[in-house]
Design a binder for this molecule. Structure first.
Ligand code: SF4
Length: 358
């Protein structure tokens, strides 16, 4: 494991320039070549580049300092084409990521933490507890493994794997900046979604970041809020984060952030759990709570997991709930959960493909 080397993936371009300046007395000219090499080829081989022709010593140092060796990868293909893979980190913990085929492209679902400390009662990752936050390079290495080890080039990124992304705010936002840099991976922020369990402080910090750095276009990121309830009583039971930031506070934070008031910026994820949050009155309550917000709803029928007592959501209940939202003017989609067969659907990360706890 000593050979694992992914540190180069932890730098934004401006940070790499600073590194070049403080360590080598060089600047953007040479840093840019390395940045492009890392994200186009997945390595730090700069010695053959024309910009380094007269700087052999520098090329040697850069190749030494930024040598890439990606973590060991295990893949768990699924019959639907969904591919879950894990990366073995230096401290023997595992990240989990999922490549999800869409009709014309692939979406990469990333983890931001190993485990999660938010303890949502329907979530297997939550049952693991929090092991630790991922570093920026460990987040970006998940993309690099998809791109250079597996050989796929995902078009979209969603932070919906293990962890509450806003509990690891700085590392996640640095990774977002790295992904969206046109000199590198070139995945624009409008193709990146962050999924939060309702972390009000994180929502407000994201909004402040947009105010401080408008040129970085954080306003174009998508935010998916995992809501799963229409009132505080149910949400307190399902998602303990609601006891810190109840639904009224969550709504105020979203309303106070103009970037989430535009079309397509904000989604609510609602897992329909039989007998818990799937009655007509819940749909009507949800409609009322959403008044004043510009958001779409993704309904996700619950799929049974060994550790939890609930049964599968039935189609007629899902349709009924869907219609109530639709008839009230809320744009709503029923999302089929992909990857059930490999423990890769929402709230199912935290087990390996054979169903054994990580
Ligand atoms: S649903 Fe998200 S926030 Fe909740 S425990 Fe699972 S990973 Fe954490």
């Amino acid at each position: 494991m000593g050979s694992l080397s992914i540190g180069g993936f932890g730098y934004r371009f401006d940070e790499l320039i600073e590194y070049f300046s403080s360590h080598y007395g060089k600047g953007a000219y040479h840093a840019q070549v390395l940045f492009q090499q890392l994200y186009s080829e997945g390595n730090a081989s700069v010695s053959q580049k024309k910009e380094y022709r007269l700087s052999e010593n520098l090329a040697r140092l850069v190749e030494q300092d930024f040598q890439v060796s990606l973590p060991r990868i295990d893949r768990f293909p699924d019959i639907e084409g969904t591919l879950k893979f894990t990366l073995l980190l230096e401290d023997s913990l595992l990240t989990e990521s999922v490549l999800i085929p869409m009709s014309e492209w692939e979406t990469l679902c990333l983890s931001s933490q190993v485990g999660c400390g938010r303890g949502c009662s329907f979530c297997e990752t939550g049952a693991m507890g929090l092991r630790r936050d991922l570093k920026t390079e460990e987040i970006v290495a998940q993309w690099a493994a998809a791109r250079f080890t597996i050989g796929r080039n995902p078009r979209n990124i969603v932070f919906m794997g293990m962890g509450e992304p806003f509990d690891n705010f700085d590392q996640v936002m640095r990774a977002v900046d790295i992904f969206s840099d046109q000199r590198g991976a070139g995945i624009p922020k409008r193709r990146i979604s962050i999924s939060t369990s309702g972390h009000v402080e994180g929502i407000r910090r994201l909004s402040e970041l947009e105010g401080r750095f408008p040129e970085r276009a954080y306003r174009t990121l998508h935010l998916a809020v995992s809501l799963n309830a229409s009132n505080d009583r149910i949400r307190n039971e399902l998602m303990p984060i609601n006891r810190i930031w109840p639904m009224a506070e969550l709504k105020s934070a979203l309303k106070d952030s103009p970037q989430f008031g535009v079309k397509d910026a904000l989604y609510f994820e609602y897992v329909l759990i039989p007998g818990v949050n799937d009655k007509n009155e819940h749909a009507e309550e949800l409609v009322k709570w959403m008044d004043g917000l510009t958001a779409k709803v993704n309904l996700i029928p619950y799929h049974p997991v060994d550790a939890f007592p609930w049964s599968e959501a039935d189609d007629s209940t899902v349709d009924r709930f869907h219609h109530i939202l639709r008839n009230s003017g809320i744009e709503c989609r029923t999302r089929k959960s992909r990857g059930k067969g490999i423990q890769a659907a929402c709230g199912m990360l935290g087990k390996n493909a054979s169903g054994v706890k990580l």
